[in-house]
Design a protein around this ligand. Structure first.
Ligand code: ADP
Ligand code: MG
Length: 651
């Protein structure tokens, strides 16, 4: 193997990294930062050094751990391991641990000095996820307290000054990458359909260009699945002499075994066509790529205040993203980058993407700070402080969820919520379920909601057939809505004895069977998390909710399904809407008009009010996972929320 650029500067690098408490390390993608730097540090003292390396994405954490375990010839999960949400392959003996930023944040709340570690590496800092941003704030303070803690902030883009300034002018080191020239090709006029353009470009490359794999960046799973299908249709009719196309999708929700395929080299007259989200932009390195197709779009999480939920929207990328994507074509030799937009459009792109914290819901970050005992939220060491408006909206939400009390202090419920690996809404639901003794049933549903695309959308010509198969489960829900239907699926799935039966049944109902088997895993993990949140800091005997309020009233006499919906309402009070004449609804909190998604069991039914746990925007604003609710429940469960709203204290 050719030596990585970073290996050539190992001793120089180690000299600086050990002299500084905080270092910012900038190096091009593929230069060896993530795989080599942790090993360099470990080599300083194999018995003592304990290194945590954070990644914004779980796939990256898992893959890096695998790779480094291989390179160090150790067994994955022993000296080198990983911890990601719902999966742990590490133990007390682990010296290099790759973990998602969320998992390190959780450790920080449970063990505030992180004394296990001698070195913390915040990798992919340029991505500016909310959690990495938060970690920077916490670690800046921690490094002052812990004199033997080393912090390395790693970034793939050059704008590292921001980090250096934040850490009181920490030293910035640059690692030169190997880079070959890449031809940039723009379109003459914008395209209507970017999936179609991607497919055509890929075919054109496959027929006309020399060997080398293709990496295409698309916004999300939908586009990728479409492009995969189209390319597979064409694969059979390639002209003689053209390489056989091996079409490989790559996105976060894809099962791991399938993700792994993109790393496997092909032999003979074959060409890999990888269709990826921005997951392949900087965090994963795939060798063999010579051609990049850049659709110019990606999905970003955006907080919709009017709907009370974060949602993923497709947006144009930034110039910095475009440069990273292009760079993927020039890692091993000269390459080509096909930009599916005009040069003029390129020039109009913003230089950097906005940090997540400026556009997302900050309820979780605020809860984390409160849980860590931060009193003055506004004056905390923010790398980028969210606007006062979004802080206020987060505080209001947390109050509505009873994570904060009237004084804005954290409650015992809030403390438990902060260490559960779920959104604050789902944490509340789960803890409430525990309180009233319906944990098992609610865990079924919460686990299902933690997986994307569990219930798939059938192709239009199959829709009626599939709906018919789903009908008994809908009927069995007694009209209680999608959450109960989801649980009915789960119960039936669990009742099937063999994995063949399970698979066949999933196929018939268009349920993602791999995802379904993951649900069971997640359920086990969540159960374990519930136990640790009980044993950390909060006495076991302590109830999750203050019992000055009498809750027996609204749970009494209701059957299990009704209790489940009421329990969810506790977490989703802000995601409720009242029926308008016709098919639309109006959200109670903000008066926004919303439609019920046609896939919902509540679609087309006459109900007074609904609660929803998910929102998507296609041609219209759609609520998904909908349950009819009784307005009385809402008044009983959330008088503090309704009262505040009607008093008009918002903003
Ligand atoms: P950086 O973090 O600087 O982007 P990495 O340390 O992730 O770089 O990767 C360095 C090099 O190691 C890559 O260019 C690639 O050649 C190789 N590599 C990393 N991960 C893998 C893997 N899973 N399979 C094969 N090669 C890999
Ligand atoms: Mg890296």
């Amino acid at each position: 193997m050719q030596q990585l650029p970073i290996v050539e500067v190992k001793s120089k690098l180690l000299d600086r990294l050990t002299k500084n408490k905080i270092t910012v390390l900038v190096g091009e993608t593929g230069s060896g930062k993530s795989t080599q730097v942790p090993q360099f540090i470990w080599s300083l003292d194999r018995d003592r050094e304990r290194i945590a390396v954070t990644q914004p994405r779980r796939v990256a954490a898992i893959n890096l751990a695998k790779r480094v375990a291989e390179e160090t010839r150790t067994e994955l999960g022993s000296e080198v391991g990983y911890t990601v949400r719902f999966q742990n392959a590490s133990g007390p003996q682990t010296c290099i641990k790759f973990l998602t930023d969320g998992m390190l944040l959780r450790e920080l709340l449970l063990f505030p000095t992180l004394k296990r570690y001698t070195t913390i590496i915040l990798d992919e800092a340029h991505e500016r996820t909310v959690v990495t941003d938060l970690l920077m704030g916490f670690l800046k303070n921690l490094v002052e307290i812990r004199h033997n803690l080393r912090l390395i902030v790693m970034s793939a883009t050059m704008d590292a000054d921001r980090f250096s300034r934040f850490f009181n002018d920490a030293e910035v080191l640059y690692v030169q990458g190997r880079r070959f020239p890449v031809d940039r090709l723009y379109l003459n006029k914008p395209v209507e359909d970017v999936v179609d353009a991607t497919v055509r470009t890929a075919l054109q490359i496959n027929i006309g260009e020399a060997t080398g794999d293709v990496l295409a960046f698309l916004a999300g799973q939908e586009d990728i699945d479409k492009a995969t299908d189209l390319l597979n249709d064409f694969a059979g009719s390639m002209p003689k002499g053209a390489p056989e196309m091996v079409i490989l999708p790559l996105y976060a929700a894809l099962p791991q075994a399938q993700q792994q395929l993109v790393f496997e080299p092909v032999t003979g007259l074959k060409r890999k066509i990888i269709l990826a989200t921005n997951i392949a932009e900087t965090s994963l390195t795939i060798s063999g790529v010579r051609y990049v197709i850049d659709s110019g779009t990606h999905k970003v999480k955006v907080w919709r205040h009017d709907l009370g939920l974060d949602s993923l929207l497709t947006m144009p990328i930034s110039k910095s993203n475009a440069a990273q994507r292009m760079g993927r074509a020039g890692r091993e030799g000269p390459g080509k980058c096909y930009r599916l937009y005009t040069e003029e459009d390129y020039l109009g792109l913003r230089p950097q993407s906005e940090p997540e914290i400026e556009r997302c819901d900050v309820a979780f970050p605020i809860l984390t700070l409160k849980s860590a005992g931060v009193k003055d939220i506004l004056r905390w060491s923010w790398l980028e402080r969210p606007s006062k408006g979004s802080i206020m909206s987060a505080l209001t939400q947390l109050y509505a969820l009873k994570a904060l009390d009237n004084n804005g202090d954290i409650t015992s419920l809030g403390r438990k919520m902060s260490v559960l690996p779920l959104s604050p809404h789902l944490s509340v639901v789960l803890l409430e379920a525990q309180d009233i003794g319906i944990t098992a049933a609610v865990l079924d549903i919460v686990s299902c909601l933690s997986i994307e695309n569990l219930i798939m959308n059938p192709h239009p010509d199959k829709r009626d057939e599939v709906n018919e198969k789903r009908l008994p489960f809908v009927a069995a829900s007694g009209g209680m809505g999608d959450l109960i239907v989801l649980r009915n699926y789960m119960l039936h799935y669990k009742s099937l004895a063999s994995s063949e039966e399970r698979k066949a049944w999933c196929k018939e109902l268009y349920i993602n069977s791999r995802a379904m088997s993951n649900v069971e895993d997640i359920r086990k993990q969540l159960e374990r998390y519930l136990k640790t949140s009980q044993s950390n800091g909060v006495p076991k005997s302590m109830k999750n909710f203050d019992d000055e309020e009498d809750r027996s009233g609204y749970y009494a006499k209701s059957d299990l399904n009704e209790q489940i919906v009421q329990c969810f309402l506790r977490g989703f009070v802000a995601n409720t809407a009242l029926a308008l004449p016709g098919k639309t609804f109006k959200t109670i909190a903000t008066g926004q008009t919303i439609n019920i998604h046609p896939s919902s069991s509540v679609f087309g039914r006459k109900v007074d009010a609904v609660m929803y746990t998910e929102y998507i925007f296609t041609t219209k604003a759609y609520a998904r996972n909908v349950s009819p609710i009784n307005l009385e429940w809402l008044q009983k469960i959330a008088p503090h929320f309704l009262g505040r709203r009607s008093a008009g204290s918002e903003e």
